[in-house]
Design a protein around this ligand. Sequence first.
Ligand SMILES: NC(=O)c1ccc[n+]([C@@H]2O[C@H](COP(=O)([O-])OP(=O)(O)OC[C@H]3O[C@@H](n4cnc5c(N)ncnc54)[C@H](OP(=O)(O)O)[C@@H]3O)[C@@H](O)[C@H]2O)c1
Length: 292
Amino acid sequence: MFAVTGATGQLGRLVLAALLQRTAANQVVALVRDPAKAADLAGQGVAVRPFDYDAPERLVEPLAGVTRLLFISSDTPDQRIAQHRAVVDAAARAGVELIAYTSIIHADANPISLAESHRETERAIAASGVPYAILRNGWYNENYLIGAEAAIAHGALLGSTGDGGISGAARADYAEAAAVILTEPLAPNRVYELAGDEAFTLSDVAAALGEASGRTVEYRDLPESGYREALIGAGLPDGFAAALAEYSAKAAGGILADGSRTLSGLIGRPTETIRATVLRALVGASAAGAAR
Ligand SMILES: NC(=O)c1ccc[n+]([C@@H]2O[C@H](COP(=O)([O-])OP(=O)(O)OC[C@H]3O[C@@H](n4cnc5c(N)ncnc54)[C@H](OP(=O)(O)O)[C@@H]3O)[C@@H](O)[C@H]2O)c1
């Protein structure tokens, strides 16, 4: 049986949808923090089991019968190491035969602070003795939709990435790759650097926002401190603003770019461009289809 943690999250839901295209619902387990949010999945015949990374004593039983586990990283980076160790330990104790873990692109060399908890998790998985697949996911194109409305309103997309390239892809692309890795008989103990086919710059993102809105949107590059202050001024909490500014500044060095095309190779089609993602979100599906 195939199981997915964080199955009610944005990536998790897309993985479930991709898995259900490849296998019968009675072979799929949705591991969720809150089963009430997964009633629709239960209605499709998927087994829904409670699975909270913060309850280490209750993680082994829900893994009964699970052979291949997609472990989606938690969204609380400062608590991740303890949470993730508990999940890996439970998977080993439950006799899971493959842990596929969603890490970060170029985790071994990535200077972004949140890469450290991914490195720790990769080490814990390798040390567990459970066969694994490390899915080092690149940036989601959708990350650039979060500030889209403000950028369009002000005619300016702010950031600290200069002309650093970002090989982003749509969440659905990463989700499909996860479903492929989970269901196909691929050799274990591999690391997959997963990223979009073409690197884009924040000027490309601004151009896509301009095209989608019919307004002029330019990219304005700021020093990391200036970008952080701008985010705080826009109402973001200090810590979150500092983290986003750090990621943006460190991306200037190209760590989020990757030319391997491993992701499109796995899913058997080109990844979605940033332009297509922006048009899909802001204009509609037909515009995205035309932009691919
Ligand atoms: N590559 C990127 O650009 C990028 C961007 C953002 C995040 N990420 C990482 O990728 C992961 C998936 O992305 P996403 O967009 O799907 O994020 P998301 O929508 O925030 O989903 C996070 C999932 O983690 C679950 N979760 C959080 N804490 C948990 C806990 N204590 N026990 C069990 N489950 C817990 C959440 O459960 P609920 O459904 O109950 O909330 C949710 O299902 C994130 O968690 C983060 O680590 C990557």
